[in-house]
Design a protein around this ligand. Structure first.
Ligand code: SF4
Length: 447
């Protein structure tokens, strides 16, 4: 079907503004529109791992550096070295069990120590200067001990594989993709009952709710079912070995369906991203690309002067805002006093030499809003839909439509629909405009 050309924009207000179009900007851009940052080729990958997808969700620019530009910069920290060494020890343990030989605790600790010693060097980043390498090594050994305390002699299940590559195929945007990653350990507890095990050496223990929403391990649930058709139950098991605690979660069939849709939507989003905008967050503190990231890389001195001027003006503006706020409170109080007086004395006007204050009374409607009273709002909408007034009194919510698109809320089919609608009915004009925000510098932020 031939598409109707979209109407030409009529100056600034001619086309609907497209809220939230910043982050992904997958939709077609009007030819000749200026680009605030360099346009780069989109990602051509056909294979995605859970951590690769997670990198994009956390920060598209970091994703671009690592997976599109191919800049591999592994930063080893004391914590990551503890993690990989504990993994080596537990991998050795279960690899031995598969082959009929169980490692003793001392042997598993020796595997840990060997991995630790081989990995430790002056290049390893130790963020907690108060602790030397022995402290971290000892914390890692405790993780292995905790695991042995909880599970030796390891008869709870039958280990099928360790460090196993597992995956499945997925269609997104009409193309085939492969989702694949490494599982720490895969076990069978009973016929048709499987467990996906993941070792965590983090110093934080998450809540059950966050594990019930975790999608990284849930991906392997789908992969196990695809590879072992007898799987009727797949449990996701996390071992927080610093705490000696095991946590579990399971996914229902509708949740797995939803997850597949979310992954397809995310892949569509990545494939159409030509900008990979940086997303500042606490993760920047651990990012290996800070020195080349547009947000953190060193700026020429004239840029610094502009920032200085901005800081001065911003602090003046904040001062004025605070004064305005105080003034507003006094003003509201005075208004209340005037209204009370007018009602008490039954007058509609107060006068002085500077002018008149008129007091009018009116009634206002309080209607439910989608944000503050969603149930009442839905009932109101249903009621209105039944009436001929619907066409006149309702309006389309473009902001919501595009916000859902940008945030990846719509599934792959929904995202495609938005693209078609925008391509048919709108022009997107990208305007070079910086959104400036000022933050007081904190000590941990780099110069
Ligand atoms: S420093 Fe922050 S914003 Fe920049 S690439 Fe890394 S995570 Fe993204």
């Amino acid at each position: 079907m031939r598409r109707k050309p979209a109407p030409e924009p009529q100056g600034d207000g001619g086309t609907p503004s497209l809220p939230g179009m910043g982050p992904s900007a997958r939709l077609p851009i009007e030819a000749g529109a200026s680009e605030p940052s360099a346009h780069i080729e989109s990602d051509t990958s056909r294979k995605f791992s859970p951590s690769k997808l997670d990198t994009y969700k956390d920060c598209p620019r970091r994703y671009r550096f690592r997976y599109v530009d191919g800049l591999r910069r592994r930063v080893e920290t004391a914590e990551t070295l503890v993690g990989s060494s504990v993994h080596k020890a537990l991998e050795g343990l279960y690899a031995g069990i598969i082959h009929g030989r169980e490692l003793s605790l001392d042997e598993a600790l020796a595997v840990f120590d060997q991995a630790w010693t081989a990995g430790w060097s002056d290049a390893v980043v130790n963020r907690h200067k108060e602790y030397g390498p022995q402290h971290h090594q000892s914390a890692g050994r405790d993780c292995v001990r905790n695991y042995f305390s909880a599970y030796a002699p390891f008869k709870q299940d039958a280990t099928l594989a360790v460090e196993k590559r597992l995956g499945f195929s997925l269609k997104a945007d009409g193309e085939d993709f492969r989702i694949e990653g490494l599982v720490d350990r895969l076990a069978r507890v009973a016929p048709g009952v499987y467990e996906v095990h993941d070792y965590k050496t983090t110093a934080n223990l998450p809540g059950q709710a966050s594990l019930d929403e975790d999608w990284q391990l849930a991906i392997y649930d789908i992969a196990v079912r695809e590879n072992w058709p007898d799987a009727r139950e797949v449990a996701l098991v996390w071992h927080f070995v610093r705490f000696g605690q095991t946590m579990r979660s399971m996914r229902t069939a509708p949740q797995r369906e939803q997850l597949l849709g979310d992954i397809a939507g995310l892949i569509v989003r990545i494939k159409h991203d030509h900008r990979f905008l940086p997303r500042r967050s606490v993760l920047c503190g651990w990012c290996e690309y800070r020195d080349i990231c547009p947000i953190w890389k060193p700026v020429p001195s004239d840029g610094g002067m502009l920032a200085k001027e901005y800081a001065v003006q911003e602090s003046k503006r904040r001062g004025l805002r605070e004064k305005m706020h105080d003034l507003e409170i006094q003003f509201r109080q005075l208004e209340d006093d005037i209204v009370k007086y007018a009602i008490e004395h039954d007058v509609g006007r107060l006068s002085c030499s500077e002018g008149d204050v008129f007091i009018t009374q009116k009634e206002d409607y309080h209607v439910p809003t989608r944000t503050h009273a969603p149930e009442f709002y839905a009932a109101l909408e249903d009621r209105l839909r039944e009436t001929p007034l619907w066409k006149q009194a309702a309006h389309i919510d473009l902001h919501r439509l595009l916000q859902g698109y940008d945030s990846g809320e719509w599934d792959a089919a929904g995202a495609k629909l938005v693209e078609e609608i925008v391509s048919d009915c709108a022009h997107i004009k990208r305007i070079t405009k910086a959104v400036v925000r000022f933050h007081l510098k904190k000590e941990e932020e780099p110069e």
